[in-house]
Design a protein around this ligand. Structure first.
Ligand code: FE2
Length: 548
């Protein structure tokens, strides 16, 4: 059976995409933003993603047995007292043809998140925690999932949104919507001095799960704006809203770093509180996380450290970029299949050596071809160069995990400054390391496998002066554990670097120009390489140098 999962619409649409499951196996998944080169692909139908999914398997729409859309628009409209367009019209909008209406299903948004993380976790049973801005009408939900019975039982749901809370904090600091990652980075500079003030506004509550000073339960597409307005009003009672960029973390900024740290602690208290309560109630000790807030690494690491919790799986595309995957999984289950999804995030398009060389020739690049390109890359990095690495299949999710990455040595603080400057990022923001998993404990205080860069660990004291560029101000790093099985070439690159320097770590940050999504095609890679004025790029087996 062939199932196409979908996300992305002209209203409330962001981070759309498509995923294709064939006979219970995930064969392709991509976010629309990477194909149309527009971050988050707001209010866009995922037409290019659909095309790419079909092209990858030489299929046509007629070959697809089921289409599942990861939002239940009929439910939203019903609650608004309106009627959503018919399935025929929806089919026409998505596929330019009405004839697929009978094969089209809608899936509750939080359920799509839940399936996207539970099935790839491969746990038999788990508590599945979905934390995002807002689903059809809920902000936070918790399910008890069972693989054998295929049950996804709702244990808790509330319209209170931790996503909007964190977005409110982000805007109070003066960052823009979508810059929650900056708040997370800034938090490490601060102390939780506003914890008590924040607890009065939002906190874990044994009876209600989350207690909030306000909640909006009326469904409205303006709900996000209304929540943000309310948070601004409440937060402004003890700290004024800041305006403008944060170039440096100065004394003047410290209260905002403290606010960010206080918000981290609140998030941690609520999430661990809820999980503790439901572990006790169900006796289930494994946890799966999804929803944009699950990308908050210190918090998911705090969940992992809980005594009551055995294992934690974080979906790499925890944001709405993973919705099409969850929708496809549910479609496959509904067709009687038992999808087994190995969550290898390299699910996008790849390009042949021939296609790569054609693109390089068109741009008039001289290139060298190497069969052992990993050695060449490692040597350049060990000499202090930044190398753009374009290899294999594109990653799913917001993090580049080696295939569309900028790589550099983690040794000196200057690397952090150079890399952040190149990417147009503030210098105070941390960069993440990729580490050979078999040598992880020689640098970090945990042997937990973190292949998707979703967990934070402490850098060992004795390694801090050798890992200056990736040790954040609080001594932690958001690591990517790399194994040969997961990404052979990337592992080899780090290994070659290790042979030269005895450091099994590289800086790994996404290959994209500021404000743009991660590059997808060789042409985009070459174009970004030029615009970022990079020195070297390894692309397939080719190495190119900046034109003089
Ligand atoms: Fe979501």
């Amino acid at each position: 059976m062939k199932v196409l999962g979908l996300n992305g619409w002209t209203e409330r649409g962001h981070d759309g995409g498509a995923s294709l499951i064939v006979d219970g196996k995930l064969v392709f998944s991509i976010e629309e933003e990477k194909l149309i080169c527009k971050r988050h692909a707001y209010d866009t139908i995922p037409k290019e993603s659909i095309k790419e999914c079909l092209k990858s398997q030489n299929l046509s729409l007629d070959d697809i047995d089921r289409f599942v859309f990861g939002w239940d628009f009929e439910k939203i409209y019903e609650m608004l007292g309106k009627k959503f367009i018919s399935k025929e019209e929806m089919s026409k909008a998505l596929f330019d043809d009405k004839k697929y209406a009978d094969k089209l299903d809608y899936l509750d948004h939080h359920q799509a998140h839940a399936y996207s993380t539970f099935i790839p976790s491969n746990y038999d049973e788990a508590l599945v925690f979905v934390i995002d801005g807002q689903g059809e009408y809920m902000g936070t939900s918790l399910f008890l999932a069972n693989r054998k019975t295929n049950e996804m039982k709702l244990l808790m749901e509330t319209p209170i949104s931790l996503g909007y809370f964190y977005a409110g904090i982000t805007q109070q600091i003066g960052f823009r919507g979508g810059e929650e990652g900056k708040t997370m980075g800034l938090a490490s500079y601060g102390k939780p001095v506003y914890l008590n003030e924040l607890r009065k506004l939002i906190s874990f509550d044994e009876q209600e799960d989350i207690k909030c000073a306000f909640h909006i339960d009326k469904v409205s597409k303006d709900e996000e704006d209304a929540s943000l307005e309310k948070w601004k009003e409440l937060l402004s009672e003890f700290i004024p809203k800041r305006e403008g960029k944060i170039i440096e973390v100065t004394e003047e900024i410290m209260p905002y770093a403290d606010l960010a740290m206080s918000a981290q602690k609140i998030l941690e208290e609520i999430m661990t509180g809820i999980i503790r309560k439901y572990v006790k109630e169900t006796g289930v000790h494994n946890v799966c996380l999804a929803g944009g807030v699950a990308l908050n690494c210190p918090t998911s690491s705090a969940v992992e450290r809980m005594e009551e919790v055995d294992k934690v799986f974080v979906q790499p595309a925890a944001n709405d970029g993973g919705i099409s995957l969850g929708a496809a999984i549910k479609g496959s289950i509904d067709l009687g299949e038992t999808p087994v999804i190995e969550m290898i995030p390299y699910q996008g398009p790849e390009y042949s050596q021939k296609e790569i060389e054609k693109a390089l020739k068109e741009k008039e690049y001289d290139y060298e071809i190497y069969d052992d390109i990993e050695k060449v890359i490692a040597k350049l990095i060990s000499e202090g160069k930044i190398v753009a690495n374009f290899q294999g299949r594109l990653e799913l999710g917001p993090r580049a995990l080696g295939n569309r990455s900028l790589l550099a040595s983690p040794e000196k603080y200057e690397s952090l400054v150079r890399m952040n400057t190149l990417k147009g990022r503030e210098v105070w923001r941390p960069l993440a390391p990729a580490v050979m998993y078999d040598k992880q404990t020689t640098c970090f205080d945990s042997d937990i496998f973190s292949p998707h860069m979703t967990k934070n660990f402490n850098v060992l004291n004795e390694m801090k002066n050798r890992l200056e560029a990736i040790t954040h101000v609080d001594g932690t790093a958001r690591i990517q554990s790399v194994t040969k099985e997961y990404n052979e070439l990337f592992y080899k690159i780090i290994d070659e670097f290790y042979q030269i320097t005895k450091i099994p770590v590289l800086i790994n940050t996404s290959f994209n120009v500021k404000g743009e999504p991660i590059v997808c095609t060789p042409e985009e890679a070459i174009d970004s390489f030029e615009r970022m004025n990079l020195d070297y790029m390894s692309i397939g087996k080719c190495l190119i140098k900046r034109k003089q």
